[in-house]
Design a protein around this ligand. Structure first.
Ligand SMILES: O=P(O)(O)O[C@@H]1C[C@H](O)[C@@H](CO)O1
Length: 288
C-alpha cells in the first residue's frame, strides 16, 4: 500500500490520540507553547527548566528523526512562567516519511493543549542581501511541494483533523511576528533579523545554481527542507504560528562563486548562533 493510502494514514486521528494519551501519562502539566528545533538548533531546549525527556521512539506512531543534529526527543519544562514542549529535532520528507507523518508531532502538541507553536529550521539564503547567521522571520511561504501535489493535509478525509480546504494567507500570525521583532529590538539584534518568504523543497540535495536562480525569480528569500509543512498542519489544527529560520549558508546563485554546502557546516552555524537563538526564543515566549 502506498504512503498516501496506507491504513496508518486512514487512522491518523486515532494514532494522534494514542500518542497524546501516552504523553499525558508522562507529563504532569498542560503545555501551552510548542517549539520545533531545526538542524543545529536543538539547544533551544536547554532553556527549559526542570526538563523531562521522552525519546521519539517511545511515543506511539511518532516519526523518528534520522539526521545528525536532531536529538530525536521531546523535552517538556518551564519556560518563562509557561509550560512548554519542545521537539528537539524532526523527521523530514527526505528521511523517507510522507508529510502527513512528518507532521504528527504538531498534531500531538495541539492535542496536549498548546495554543502557540514556534517552528524553526536551517535554511539557505536565496536573497543575496542576507548573510550567514541571519535570523529570518517568515511572513509568507511558497509551498512548492503542495503546489506540485505533496501536501501534508491532502487525502486525510477526516474532519476531526481539520478542514478539507485551508486558507494559509494568514498562517504567519501578525501578533507573533510583532512580538518577535520587539524581542529582537530588546536584544539589540535587529541587524541580523530579516522578514521574508520561505520555501520548502523535498531535498536531500542542496539546490543547484539553476534551482536557486529559479527560486529567486519566484520571489523566495530562503529555502529549506522543512517548516512549511508543519506550518500548514499547525494551521489545519488551529494553532497560532511563529516560524523563523537560521540562515546557515548562502544559496548558490552563481556558477563562478559556487560553494559546496555540507550538513556539518549547517550544524556548525547553528551551534555558533545558539546563545542568540535561545535568548530570542525566551524573549518571544515571555511576551506571547
Ligand atoms: O530540520 P531542518 O530543516 O533545519 O534541517 C535542515 C534541512 C536538512 O535536513 C538539513 C541540511 O543540512 O538541515
Amino acid at each position: 500500500m502506498c504512503s498516501h493510502c496506507s491504513s496508518e494514514k486512514q487512522n491518523l486521528y486515532e494514532h494522534v490520540q494514542e500518542a497524546v494519551a501516552f504523553l499525558k501519562n508522562n507529563i504532569s502539566k498542560v503545555p501551552t507553547v510548542g517549539i520545533i528545533c531545526g538542524s543545529g538548533l536543538g539547544s533551544i531546549a536547554d532553556t527549559l527548566i526542570n526538563p523531562i525527556f521522552i525519546r521519539y521512539e517511545e511515543v506511539p506512531h511518532f516519526p523518528v528523526a534520522k539526521v545528525d543534529g536532531h536529538e530525536g526527543r521531546i523535552v517538556v519544562g518551564e519556560l518563562n512562567r509557561r509550560f512548554a514542549i519542545c521537539m528537539q529535532g524532526r523527521a523530514h520528507y527526505h528521511d523517507g516519511y510522507p508529510l502527513w507523518k512528518c507532521t504528527i508531532p504538531v498534531r500531538v502538541m495541539q492535542g496536549l493543549g498548546i495554543t502557540h507553536l514556534i517552528i524553526t529550521n536551517a535554511v539557505g539564503a536565496i536573497n543575496p542581501n542576507y548573510e550567514v547567521g541571519d535570523i529570518l522571520i517568515v511572513k509568507d511561504h511558497l509551498d512548492l511541494m503542495g503546489l506540485t501535489g505533496t501536501s501534508p493535509i491532502s487525502g486525510l478525509d477526516d474532519d476531526r483533523l481539520g478542514p478539507k480546504f485551508l486558507t494559509v494567507t494568514d498562517a504567519y500570525d501578525k501578533e507573533m511576528i510583532k512580538v518577535a521583532k520587539l524581542t529582537a529590538e530588546k536584544l539589540g539584534i535587529t541587524d541580523i533579523v530579516r522578514e521574508g518568504a520561505l520555501t520548502c523543497v523535498g531535498g536531500p540535495c542542496f539546490e543547484t545554481v539553476t534551482e536557486c536562480r529559479m527560486l529567486r525569480l519566484l520571489g523566495v528569500d530562503a529555502v529549506g527542507m522543512s517548516n512549511v509543512p508543519e506550518v500548514i498542519v499547525a494551521r489545519h489544527c488551529g494553532l497560532t504560528v511563529l516560524s523563523f529560520c537560521l540562515v546557515t549558508n548562502m544559496g548558490n546563485l552563481d556558477h563562478e562563486s559556487c560553494e559546496a554546502i555540507s550538513h556539518a557546516s549547517v550544524i556548525d552555524v547553528g551551534a555558533r548562533r545558539s546563545e542568540v537563538i535561545k535568548k530570542f526564543v525566551e524573549g518571544i515566549v515571555q511576551n506571547i
